[in-house]
Design a protein around this ligand. Sequence first.
Ligand code: FES
Length: 57
Amino acid sequence: MIVCVCNALKERDVREAARVADRNCPKAAFAQLGCKPKCGQCLPFAREVVSEARNAA
Ligand code: FES
């Protein structure tokens, strides 16, 4: 599933980035993937994916 349309980020990529990011926030995961939020529409879902991934780690 696509998390971020603007950056074409898949849920799997965001999950993986969240595990290695140093902070529990979507922006850190995006930075890990070499991009940043643009329109911001994806942030609520990205936040969910990030915290799930980090809680599971
Ligand atoms: S959908 Fe992620 S910034 Fe636009």
